[in-house]
Design a protein around this ligand. Structure first.
Ligand code: ADP
Ligand code: MG
Length: 991
């Protein structure tokens, strides 16, 4: 049906392209007219456009003219040579019509999918020039520092000819250099640099230290890599904290050791039994064997013996059939009950069973009972015999025990994960007594990066190396929320279409597939599938050898450094010269990859290595069939496989591609294995034989789609949580920025002084109570602490007090103290002091708040697992809102208190604080999506939409009424509770 419609009306992309055709014609007409202009006349076009914009024309109005000006500029530079990353490069490009279409799509804020080698770098110059005319700054985002510099130097002459200024951010630059770069009309840099600069800006102590200007328009190159792959983990700036958390992992290690050893024995036993049963040939025995196999695979998925057994004909299928049967009857837990702990690799979940718990000592067992906070709190609440102080004490105790035990359970789970799912030399390596992560996508080692959420400490405990201190998050943001700040966003890549849904859902970015300038004639061959890795590698080497002998260049794509090195060793033995690229040194690798198309060259590269570099065919290569691509394993995402194939066949070049797979590959093992095993059985494939079959390729694609969807769900989930944080972050950052930038924040401080007083009166002298019943002692105590005010009341005056009189009297007194201080110190110092009070208070509490939010998230995963309290995300939102409310109150009080308390010498930062700042490290860590796993798979209880405000007041802060704590939230702004609703429709509804 879809095909019929497409035949009649064309695809959406073809229709879009058709709609743009008149614009292309217009650009080319202007372009013809521009030829007669002198250089000076052409160059004055920039000012002319700026003036026309100032006079009210829009960017859309002048688009076609502006694009024509860029095109003509390109034409005038033909044959000129300049240095690009130290290599003399001749300019040979004038945009083709398809490139104009791509440029229009970018200006419209879309993603243009254009194949590798179609010239996307050039495409971006047109929308960049146009949008830079506003003076608001255009950001061009690349995947690495080298490409940022390359693009700036390669395209630089074109922009500079037209009078625009250019900047490029490089990792090692100072703040001053960065600020200059951001002032330019166009700034090149990586997503990480842009994002970290934003976070650092919001940690700076002086307005002049900030580097960013606007978030106006960004064009993201290799957009799938940045907004999808890199966006799986947030950017984090952290400093180290001293704490005893890592002791926990050391302490629990021996416990887990025992558990894992017992489990291994158990699983081996199961496998031996299964073998015997299977030998009997009886069908009942067969089913029981299947149960044992399934139990073994849930107990130790990476067990060597198990993996070997499952490879045998029909075994995988047997286990899956049993699994389906048990899942259908919702009896999977019966399988798990046979184990000490179970692991669900697909769901990323892990948990101790009763059998496992019983292995712990009685004392240990108690430590694993996580108390149900809500009932316990209710009990305390209902116990009328308690005094308020006792009640507070009990409540604190409940929270303490809860958090301590949650952390213990968390530590054990992470250790089990570390033992069962993280293999040394695959997921990580140990070098110089340090555990270092191996990037799953590029296969390179990531020095300095750590798994989050205690997993890294767990692996360190497992490997018996020093457990490094956990660091505290000082600032964090997801790439999703960073890029959503831009007024307009656009992206380009060779592979976006498979992820179009996600681009739309998350970023509201539409994908437009642009036809190639020349038809693609690359031959994509069917997959070759082997039973074992060994056979597969052997076939790959044979294939390379054959092509190499013909002189045809070969590019081999791998999914890890490990595989690259294995192949490299095998090639050496076979005497075939080759290069290995691991995406470590971008510039050097780019220089190598440039030559990957030359006769007889053999290049092995991980996925991101040399990406963005144009591979041209060398002499005599066209006759030999062009560049031949060999894939050595299917990637989780189809996109990455397409990306690899796309390295060949640029601009109508000949070329070919082929993938070699084996049933031992992770992807096959996890998702496609059982189906493939069945297919192979049916086809009667024998050991050592290779199969190529459409059906198999289809099955793999289905598996990939399944994983893509699952990874999307995980990213969406991460984002759901960050969205809550995002509202809070913008609120805090805005408040902070105001303190930073405004000449004087005296007004705000004076307001705060009064607001805090109002709140004290509300708390200690509630309207409903008689003055005799007010807690005046408490009130006086607070006044002394916060405002340094000593106040006394005569017993006989108390009954006649009113709240109004009280406020008037106290307010007069505290304002008097304030004015006295201002007079003594002078206006200027007083203003500095106020600024310092606001910044330091916000920073300190925001930091703690981040940690609490982290704990909250971990805790919620566990709690949700232990019983229904509504959807985890809803609990999270509710709690987060309550915490923000508290944070806001605490911050206000402390600011006021500091303003009163601070002495002249204080505005200097404390030494500890300074040291902490210097030690802060920026990291874009790999969480492997495990951090949120428990929340992901938590049973979706009835999602109750409770009113968090009612909850908060119910939670027992006595008569404290909810007060306006969000001075900066406009009625139409999103509500700080993260509900996604407008403030006036949510918590601002009553105002
Ligand atoms: P992509 O980023 O789309 O993979 P690049 O921007 O790296 O491609 O460009 C690849 C190559 O394509 C350039 O080095 C250039 O040789 C060629 N190219 C692109 N556009 C043109 C053009 N309009 N005319 C001639 N060659 C072009
Ligand atoms: Mg490119």
């Amino acid at each position: 049906m879809k095909n019929v419609i497409e035949k009649i009306f064309g695809t959406k992309h073809e229709r879009d392209a058709k709609k743009m055709q008149p614009l292309v014609t217009e650009i080319n007409e202007y372009f013809e007219k521009l030829k007669s202009l002198s250089d000076e006349e052409l160059q004055t076009k920039t000012d002319e456009f700026k003036n026309r914009l100032a006079a009210g024309e829009t960017l859309d109005d002048i688009m076609t003219e502006a694009f024509a000006v860029v095109k003509e500029t390109c034409r005038r530079h033909l044959g000129q040579t300049w240095n690009v990353c130290d290599l003399p490069t001749e300019w040979n490009m004038v945009p083709f019509d398809v490139q104009l279409i791509g440029a229009i799509a970018l200006h419209q804020g879309r993603i243009t999918e254009m194949a590798t080698g179609e010239g996307k770098t050039l495409v971006a110059t047109m929308p960049t020039y146009l949008n830079a005319l506003t003076g608001k700054g255009v950001h061009i985002v690349t995947v690495n520092d080298y490409l940022a510099r390359r693009d700036r130097e390669w395209m630089g002459k074109i922009y500079e000819y037209l009078g625009l200024t250019l900047g490029v951010i490089q990792n090692q630059m100072t703040n001053e250099e960065r600020r200059e770069m951001y002032k330019c009309d166009i700034t090149f840099g990586t997503a990480n640099e842009f994002g970290f600069d934003y976070l650092r800006d919001n940690m700076s102590q002086r307005a002049e230290d900030r580097v960013h200007r606007n978030f106006y328009y960004a064009i993201i190159d290799e957009v799938d890599s940045i907004l999808i792959d890199e966006a799986r983990t947030p950017l984090i700036i952290s400093g180290q904290v001293e704490s005893s958390v890592h002791d926990r992992y050391r302490q629990m290690r021996s416990t887990v050791d025992v558990l894992v050893r017992k489990q291994t024995m158990l699983v081996n036993d199961m496998l031996a039994k299964a073998e015997k049963l299977l030998a009997s040939g009886n069908s009942d025995d067969g089913f029981e064997a299947g149960i044992l196999l399934l139990a073994a695979s849930r107990g130790a998925p990476k067990n060597k013996k198990l993996m070997k057994t499952l490879k045998e004909t029909g075994m995988k299928r047997l286990a899956t059939d049993v699994e389906s049967a048990f899942m259908r009857d919702k009896k999977l837990h019966e399988i798990d009950d046979r184990l000490y702990f179970f692991i669900d690799e697909r769901e990323h979940s892990i948990a101790l069973t009763d059998k496992g718990t019983s292995l712990l000592s009685k004392d240990e067992q108690k430590l694993f009972e996580i108390p149900d906070i809500s009932t316990m709190l209710a009990e305390v609440e209902g116990d009328t015999s308690l005094s308020p102080e006792e009640r507070q004490q009990k409540t604190d105790e409940i929270y303490r025990v809860h958090s301590e035990r949650s952390e213990k359970v968390h530590a054990i789970n992470q250790l089990l994960r570390a033992y069962s799912l993280y293999e040394k030399d695959v997921e990580y390596v140990v070098q110089d007594s340090k555990v270092m992560i191996v990037d799953e996508f590029t296969g390179r080692i990531l020095p300095g990066r750590r798994y989050s959420d205690g997993l890294h400490q767990a692996i360190e405990a497992k490997e018996s190396v020093t457990i490094e201190a956990e660091s505290q998050t000082l600032a964090t943001i997801t790439l999703q929320n960073y890029f959503r700040m831009y007024e307009k966003l656009a992206g380009m890549t060779g592979t976006a279409e498979t992820e179009a849904q996600e681009f739309w859902d998350i970023y509201k970015l539409d994908v437009m597939v642009i036809p190639t300038n020349m038809p693609v004639i690359r031959a994509d061959n069917n997959d070759q599938i082997f039973r074992t890795r060994r056979e597969k590698y052997k076939a790959i080497i044979d294939e390379i050898n054959e092509k190499h002998n013909k002189g045809q260049p070969v590019l081999v794509g791998t999914i890890s450094v490990d595989v690259s090195e294995t192949l490299s060793r095998m090639l050496k033995r076979a005497g075939i010269p080759h290069n290995v690229l691991n995406a470590k040194q971008h510039q050097r690798e780019a220089e190598i990859v440039v030559r990957a198309g030359e006769q007889g060259s053999v290049t092995i590269a991980t996925n991101m290595a040399g990406r963005g570099t144009d591979i041209r065919l060398g002499e005599g290569v066209v006759e030999r069939g062009g560049l031949h691509i060999i894939g050595t394993e299917r990637h989780e995402a189809r996109r990455i496989d397409r990306q690899l194939r796309g390295r060949s066949g640029r601009q109508g070049d000949p070329g070919s591609s082929i993938f070699f797979l084996s049933l031992e590959d992770d992807l096959m093992r996890l998702f496609g294995g059982e189906r493939l095993g069945r297919v192979m059985d049916r086809l009667g494939v024998q050991e050592g034989e290779v199969i190529t079959h459409k059906m198999v390729t289809k099955a793999i694609e289905r598996a990939q789609k399944k994983i893509e969807a699952q990874n999307f769900a995980i990213r969406k989930h991460t984002l759901e949580y960050d969205d809550v944080m995002n509202v809070q972050r913008s609120w805090i950052y805005e408040r902070r920025l105001e303190a930073l930038e405004r000449e004087s924040i005296k007004d705000e401080v004076v307001d705060l002084i009064e607001e805090v007083l109002d709140e004290l009166i509300d708390t200690y002298c509630p309207e409903k109570a008689y003055p005799e019943n007010w807690n005046l002692t408490g009130f006086i105590d607070e006044l002394r602490k916060i405002y340094l005010l000593t106040l006394q009341f005569k017993e006989e005056d108390i009954p006649s007090l009113t709240r109004e009189k009280l406020k008037e009297q106290v307010h007069g007194a505290i304002m008097h103290i304030y004015s006295q201080k201002e007079m003594a110190y002078g206006e200027e110092i007083m203003r500095q002091l106020e600024r310092y009070a606001v910044l330091s208070t916000i920073d300190r509490h925001w930091r703690d708040h981040l940690a609490e939010m982290d704990e909250l998230r971990t805790g919620i995963g566990l709690r949700a697992y232990h019983g229904g309290m509504g959807k985890p995300i809803d609990i999270y939102k509710r709690e987060a809102f309550r915490m923000l409310e508290e944070l806001s109150t605490t911050i206000d009080r402390e600011i006021v208190n500091l303003v009163y308390k601070l002495q002249i010498s204080m505005p200097e930062k404390s030494r500890a604080e300074r040291r902490r700042e210097q030690e802060a490290v920026a990291s874009h860590a790999d969480t492997t999506g495990m951090g949120y796993a428990s929340a992901v798979q938590a049973p979706a209880g009835a999602p109750q939409e409770k009113n968090p405000m009612a909850e908060a007041s119910q939670a027992g802060k006595q008569e404290r009424t909810y007060r306006r704590k969000y001075p900066k939230v406009g009625r139409n702004d999103p509500c700080p509770c993260g509900s996604g609703k407008k403030y006036k429709k949510c918590h601002g509804a009553g105002e």
